[in-house]
Design a binder for this molecule. Structure first.
Ligand SMILES: Nc1nc2c(ncn2[C@@H]2O[C@H](COP(=O)(O)OP(=O)(O)OP(=O)(O)O)[C@@H](O)[C@H]2O)c(=O)[nH]1
Ligand SMILES: [Mg+2]
Ligand SMILES: [Zn+2]
Length: 321
């Protein structure tokens, strides 16, 4: 759908008005900066419109506007900010990002140490969907591991372990848990400690249940942030970082519920299969698609049983026409 000139003009006008308002707010805040207040490094906890809530290294929260032309920071961003009074401040720089998680070109969060793909026995896990999430993570340079929830629902645990051994064999960690029966949650907490974590996965697998188990007073904290940031109740719909009492941080992103996997191109798909990496340079043809070319290292590995047939099948299914 293409926009008419008039529609484009409207959108640009609304945007420039919004930016003008933000700049005006920044100028107002800047007036309150006294010389004693030196720049600090902090982390963006959540963003609301043109404002962001920044946590200082001592754990204080500052409601900040951004200085002009530095771009918008999102949850996870390390920033340099200058306090103006006790609760306000101005972000003057965004530090280079280690990684980014985006959805449809919209940045959701940055500097994620660990992405967890949550699947469950009900709705029953699907390998093709798992592989698609893994492709996304591998291409965004996001370390990813797998959580299998609701294990108390299966009769045959051995079969379940066998199903996921193919991912363990290519060095993804797999945690089998039951939130309902509180199984294996302690070992998971150990894995979350000292890291910034985010949970992804289809609806109904238990992401919210897991977050509530890890942070029992989550609702209280959401309210606290709303009050401190004066951002109103809207905060609950924003991507926000919370500290887990047992260690580590958690990025809660309700938008993840609608998370859609974009289509990948052939290069991204090859890049998304971890076990291909060691083989890629070894095919006879440099532009080998690993389908039916002669002397294809991927096919050789498959025939030798070194690559799982289900992964290769998904590779073929996911390749664009
Ligand atoms: N049997 C069983 N049910 C569970 C377990 N963990 C969560 N559930 C249930 O699964 C349902 C979905 O859980 P949620 O935490 O809402 O799932 P979600 O991933 O946040 O889903 P969306 O918000 O829609 O993306 C709820 O009814 C939970 O009570 C578990 O270990 N075993
Ligand atoms: Mg949920
Ligand atoms: Zn090949």
């Amino acid at each position: 759908m293409s926009l008419t000139r008039r529609q484009k003009w409207r959108i640009e006008k609304v945007q420039s008005e919004r930016i003008a308002r933000a700049n005006k707010a920044a100028i107002e805040t800047e007036k309150n900066i006294t010389n004693e207040e030196l720049s600090q490094q902090g982390r963006v906890i959540t963003r609301y419109g043109q404002r962001q809530l920044v946590e200082s290294s001592t754990g204080e929260l500052f409601q900040c506007t951004g200085r002009q032309n530095i771009g918008l920071s999102v949850a996870g961003d390390e920033v340099i900010f200058q306090p103006a009074g006790d609760i306000e401040g101005i972000v003057t720089a965004i530090l280079p990002r280690g990684n980014e998680l985006s959805q449809k070109n919209k940045l959701i969060a940055t500097n994620i140490d660990q992405l967890w793909l949550v699947v469950a026995t009900e709705p029953h896990y699907q390998f093709e969907l798992i592989d698609r999430y893994l492709i996304l993570a591998e291409n965004s340079k996001l370390p990813i591991n797998i959580i299998v929830n609701k294990i108390e629902l299966v009769d045959d645990l051995d079969q379940l372990y066998k199903d996921f051994s193919l991912y363990q064999n290519i060095n993804y960690q797999v945690h089998f848990i039951s939130i309902k029966k509180q199984l294996n949650l302690e070992s998971l907490k150990d894995q979350l400690a000292d890291k910034t974590n985010i949970f992804l996965g289809q609806s109904g697998v238990g992401k919210s249940s897991l977050i509530n188990t890890l942070i029992p007073d989550l609702e209280l904290r959401v309210n606290e942030i709303s009050t401190k940031s004066k951002l109103g109740k809207h905060t609950t719909t924003n991507t926000t970082i919370y500290h887990i009492p047992s260690g580590g941080d958690l990025i809660d992103s309700p938008g993840i519920r609608e998370f859609q996997l974009d289509d990948f191109d052939a290069k991204q798909i090859v890049n998304g299969f971890r076990e291909f990496k060691a083989l890629i340079g070894q095919c006879r043809f440099r532009n080998c698609h690993h389908i039916n070319e002669p002397d294809c290292a991927v096919k050789v590995a498959l025939d030798a049983g070194e690559m799982h047939p289900s992964r290769y099948e998904n590779y073929l299914n996911l390749l664009p026409e």
